[in-house]
Design a protein around this ligand. Sequence first.
Ligand code: MRU
Length: 370
Amino acid sequence: MNVTLRGRKQHFRTVSFDAEHNRVVLIDQKILPHTFSLAETEDFRQTALAIKDMTVRGAGAIGAAAAYGFAQGCRAFRGKSLERFEAHAQKVFDTLAGARPTAVDPVNAMKQVRNVMSQGETVQKKQDLALLAANLFAEEDVEHCQAIGRLGAELIHDGMTILTHCNAGWLAFVDVGTATAPFYEAQAQGKQFHVLCDETRPRSQGAILTAWELAQQGIPHHIIPDNAAGHLMQRGKIQMVITGADRVLAKTGEAANKIGTFTKAVLAKYHKIPFYIAIPLSTIDWEMKSGMDIPIEERNENEVLCAWGKLQNGKKTSAGSACVRVANPTSHALNPGFDVTPPELITGFITPKGIFKPKELAAKLKKFRA
Ligand code: MRU
C-alpha cells in the first residue's frame, strides 16, 4: 500500500526479499507509527528473531517472512551433499516455525516452499526453487487479500460503522490486508463508512498500526478503548465487525485471533451484529481437531505492565526497549496473546474464494488445499 513520506506517496510491501544479498526486508513494525523504516535480516536466525520480537507480525506477514527466511537459510548452505542440505533445511524450518506458535501461516508457507523444493535434484536447483516458491507465496498472499477486498466490500453499505480488532491490515500481510481489504475496496467504490479500531491492549496494534494504516489511506476512523465496544453496540453505533485470524480450524470452524476477539464476538452475538473473519487460505489448519489444542502464545508481562510511545519532548521508545512502568511496581501480569472464537459466534469467513459459514468452510475450500 502507499505510504506518504516527506510529502511523497510511495508503495511498500510489508515483507520482500533482496535476492542479491540474500536478505529479508521488512517494514519495522516495532517503531511505527512514529518512525517508518525498513529492517533487513542477514540470515535465517535473524529472520526468526524479527518474527519473535515482532519487527514483523501478523499472520500473513510472518508467513511470508518465514517463507523467505526458509529460502534465505537454504540459499546460504554451501556444499553439494543432498543429505546434509536436507538436515540443514530442517534446522532452518524448525527455527522459523518455533518463532511464534499460534499462527499457522508460517508453517503452511514453509511447507509450500518445501514441496516445491522437493522437485529439485541438486542443492543448487533446490535453492533456486526455494526462492521461487517463497516469491509465489508472497504473490498469492497479495492476490488472496485483493480477492477478500472485492468480496468483503459487498458487505459494506453507506452509513455503516464497522469495528475491527488488532491489525489484520496490509502490515499483517505482504500487502492490502484481510480485515481492512474490504475497507480499501469500498473506499475505491466511493462508499461512505466509518471504522472503529479497538486499541487492542497490550501491544496496541489497533491504536498503533491499524489507525496508522487507515490514516495513510484516508479512511475515516476512530480508535476506541478495548472496553468500549459493548457500550457502542448497545447504543446502535456499530453495524458490523470484521477481524482477521491467526489460525482457523477447518474441522471445527474455530478461529484463533488476537486476545479480545472472543469477547467482541460474544458482544456482537448478543446485539445481533454480524461478525466476520477475513482470512487467506494459508491461515487454515486442516489437521487440528479442537481449538483447545491451539498453542496460545504467552507474551512478556512488560507488555501489560508498561507503556511505550512518543513523549511530548519528541523522545521515542518502542516495545521491547525502555518503558514507562504504569502498573503497581510489585504486581505481575498474565499476558496470553490470543483467544479462540467458537463457530456459533462467527457469521462468516471472508475468504478469497467466497464468504462461507464456519460449517461450510472445509467443504467449500477442500479443493484449494495446498
Ligand atoms: O501478535 P500479532 O500482532 O502478530 O497478532 C496478529 C494479529 O495482528 C491479529 O491476531 C490479527 O487479527 C490476525 S493476523 C492477520
